[in-house]
Ligand binder design. Structure first.
Ligand code: C2E
Ligand code: CA
Ligand code: CA
Length: 767
């Protein structure tokens, strides 16, 4: 999965981001180039307009010069005649009034360069060839010269034309006009400008209008814009002119585009410069930006589509992967479930069927019984196994159990039903012909087992006690048959073992008489003889106490502490368990509430399924919670797997009700009864408690390891919490922790403790 994210999301994303940055920069660059081209184009257009304006006026002046030069009175002056007829000043005024030609001046020059007449001055007779090279030039080589030049006053247009009389060159006629009107005209067209005269004319401009200079450049405009002057001063004209090759200077801060247009003199030398200031807002670059936006949008959409595609592929792969994993898990669970089913119906030490399977098989045997057959049930207890265990160790005890199992199978007929019920007890069901003699079979069994003397080099006296029951005693069910056989076995044991007894009804009466248990229990309730003991539950990883299980103890005034295994079965049978569990709840909650860390601890209580049938159960539980001020979220009820599975429909409803209150439900002794996966899924349970019997032989017994691993896998698959009980050794604890079952209960940490001892334990336990 991780690999797929990397392959289909992260790596492509990085690639795309890099590409995007490159692409975005490229687009920006291209856009910039386009904008610069546009600026250059606009500047070029402006300059062209300027050039046209300059040329138009020049042409007009030349036209006037040409036309006037043909006047006879001009010739008269050049031929030395009277110049009274010359009304050029009036002509100038006429032009001023009727055309756009304001301020036109005229001069007549003799072929030797002497000024013969000036419309703008009374002075004449001076020679111009020294001061003005174009005059000298035109005299040498008469032709029309139309130029711009700088004089003592300012910059002017000058159109000089040769005058002929009878094909003879007789002099020159010159028309002069102000140049700076051009500035006015271009300003009217929305282009701000300053007209600068080249530095070399500084000395010459002795009669200049306002003597305003910028770095030795004369400002020729009539009313120059002071803002532009100071702006240009800061920028320096030098800089603008130097960069004229670069077409323009872009000043984004002032939103200006600055360029220059050079005016040349007669000899094509620099004479003056129009510095042009273009407002950037006047340049429409929307079309370019639109293109940029469209390109980026297209790119964005492509990226988005790419991403969707990648995500789609990733999802597809993830989906198939999850499918695959799910299938694997299902298969795994199914397999483990099968293992669990086998395990839950068989004893791990001997591989014999357990009580559950035995009863099931016996039930079907009973259903198929024919008239000519008889069914006998044997309850076989190994004599004094506990003593052997204590003396020689459990390994020898286990060996004895296995050998006994083997002898049972070998001695009895093939179709005999053999099961192991508890540590030292077996059951056998036999279907035999009425003619067969059960006593003979039983006697042979006793003898064969007695022969099992040497176990692992030790001489041991191994005997069993056998109780027998049959349908003849009006026992019709497997449970009754087993119970009767069990009662008979106790009788055999009381006769010192190594013998067998047939069940008789008197045996039951005697037994009941002997214990009078139900009665005693009633008294115990009235006399308040039940007390909760608490066994800590530890989180082995953090080594902290996370909770405790409340376990009932009967504090008998004469017999001392009586353990629940002795009276719970009878309490359940008689229904008194409901009352005992109620006492336990009240006392346990009160005890926990008196602890310092009460709010962080979880209290587990055992709940007999009999309670679920009690009408008042829910009401009383709620009352107890209120009375003791106990937080329901800290309460966990443990129910035996076998009980919870029995009456599913009605218990599920009640369990849901408990869950709604915030109470957790844990399955006690998990693994000992067979729970189907589907049934487990349906129950609102939160925790599995791995039974002590599976923990006992960890980490040495292969079967137990397999079972514990299966339960852990099952819990993980169903998202259930886990706790292990009966943990007595460090090895067991370490195995469980290594397999991620970290909540531990057992003698390894502590035995169940009285309320007082538990308080002390809490103080001493390292946190
Ligand atoms: P359980 O719920 O499976 O409780 C665990 C039993 O294992 C307890 O026995 C506990 O003392 C014992 N135990 C815990 N750790 C270890 C260990 O490391 N080694 C060994 N050998 N034993 C350990 P206890 O107190 O005798 O209780 C026996 C059973 O009686 C309980 O089994 C439970 O099913 C039932 N029980 C106890 N108290 C109540 C109660 O208040 N209400 C009901 N309905 N049943 C109860
Ligand atoms: Ca329990
Ligand atoms: Ca248990």
């Amino acid at each position: 999965m991780q690999k797929n994210i990397l392959k289909f999301i992260i790596l492509p994303s990085i690639l795309i981001i890099i590409l995007s940055v490159i692409y975005y920069n490229q687009v920006q660059y291209e856009t910039n180039v386009l904008i610069q081209d546009k600026y250059a184009l606009v500047i070029a257009q402006d300059k062209k307009q300027l050039a046209t304006l300059i040329e138009e006026k020049q042409e007009n002046i030349l036209t006037i010069s040409l036309a006037v030069s043909k006047y006879p009175s001009i010739q008269d002056v050049l031929l030395g005649k009277n110049s009274d007829q010359l009304k050029l000043k009036e002509f100038s005024t006429l032009l001023k009034d009727t055309t756009s030609m304001k301020n036109l001046w005229f001069q007549i020059i003799a072929p030797d360069g002497t000024s013969l007449y000036r419309s703008f001055s009374n002075k004449y007779g001076d020679n111009l060839t020294k001061a003005r090279i174009e005059i000298a030039d035109i005299i040498d080589y008469p032709r029309v010269i139309s130029t711009i030049s700088v004089g003592k006053f300012s910059i002017t247009y000058k159109s000089i034309v040769p005058v002929y009389y009878k094909s003879k060159f007789i002099g020159l006629f010159e028309t002069i006009a102000h140049f700076n009107s051009i500035s006015k005209k271009i300003n009217q067209k929305g282009l701000a400008s300053l007209l600068l005269i080249d530095k070399k004319y500084k000395k010459q401009l002795v009669y200049s209008l306002h003597k305003q200079f910028l770095d030795d450049y004369y400002i020729a405009d009539k009313n120059p814009n002071p803002t532009l002057i100071s702006y240009l001063q800061d920028l320096t004209p030098q800089k603008v002119l130097q960069h004229s090759s670069r077409k323009y200077i872009l000043d984004k801060g002032n939103n200006l585009l600055i360029s220059s247009y050079t005016i040349n003199d007669y000899l094509d030398n620099d004479l003056g410069y129009f510095i042009l200031f273009k407002d950037l807002d006047d340049i429409d670059i929307n079309d370019i930006q639109q293109i940029e936006n469209n390109v980026l949008l297209l790119f964005g959409v492509t990226l988005l589509l790419l991403y969707i595609l990648m995500y789609y592929i990733y999802r597809k792969l993830k989906h198939t992967e999850i499918e695959k994993k799910n299938q694997e898990l299902e298969k795994n669970i199914k397999m483990k479930n099968d293992v669990l089913e086998y395990v839950s119906l068989h004893d791990s030490l001997t591989s014999l069927p357990n009580r559950k399977l035995f009863k099931k098989k016996l039930t079907s045997l009973l259903a198929n019984k024919t008239i000519d057959t008889e069914i006998y049930v044997m309850y076989i207890g190994i004599d004094k196994l506990k003593e052997i265990n204590d003396a020689y160790g459990h390994n020898i005890g286990d060996k004895i159990i296995q050998s006994t199992a083997l002898t049972l199978i070998n001695t009895l007929q093939e179709d005999a039903l053999v099961a192991r019920l508890t540590a030292d007890e077996f059951a056998v069901a036999l279907l035999i012909k009425k003619s067969s003699c059960i006593e003979v079979i039983t006697a042979k069994l006793l003898k064969d087992i007695q022969l099992l003397q040497e176990i692992r080099g030790k001489q041991l006296a191994i005997t069993v006690s056998i109780g027998l029951s049959s349908v003849l005693d009006e026992a019709k069910t497997s449970s009754l048959l087993l119970r009767n056989a069990n009662t008979a076995m106790y009788k055999a044991k009381s006769l010192n073992g190594n013998t067998y007894q047939f069940y008789t009804p008197e045996m039951t009466t005697n037994l009941l008489d002997k214990i009078k248990l139900a009665n005693d229990l009633n008294h115990a309730i009235i006399n308040d003889e039940f007390e909760p003991y608490f066994q800590p539950q530890i989180d082995a990883l953090s080594n902290t106490i996370v909770g405790m299980e409340g376990l009932v103890r009967w504090i008998h005034p004469k017999l001392g502490i009586i353990y629940p295994d002795r009276f719970i079965p009878y309490a359940e049978e008689s229904g008194l368990i409901v009352e005992i569990d109620r006492i336990m709840m009240r006392k346990s909650m009160q005890a926990v509430m008196s602890l310092k860390n009460a709010s962080t601890l979880r209290l587990s209580l055992n709940l007999s399924a009999v309670n679920l049938e009690s009408a008042n159960f829910m009401k009383e539980l709620k009352n107890t919670l209120i009375l003791t001020n106990f937080n329901a979220k800290n309460l966990e009820l443990e129910m035996l797997e076998s009980q919870i599975m029995k009456d599913q429909e009605s218990s599920i409803a009640l369990l849901h009700e408990l869950k709604e209150l915030g109470i957790s439900i844990s399955i006690d002794d998990f693994g000992t009864g067979y729970s189907s996966l589907s049934a487990l899924k349906k129950l609102p349970i939160t925790k599995l408690k791995i039974d002590k019997s599976f923990v006992d032989n960890l980490p040495y017994d292969k079967d137990d390891i397999a079972i514990v691993e299966t339960i852990i896998a099952l819990a993980n698959a169903l998202k259930l919490k886990l706790i292990a009980e009966g943990v007595e050794t460090k090895e067991q604890k370490d195995f469980l922790v290594a397999h991620k079952c970290c909540t531990i209960q057992g003698y390894y940490y502590s035995k169940p403790l009285s309320q007082k001892d538990f308080k002390e334990f809490m103080i001493k336990f390292p946190n």
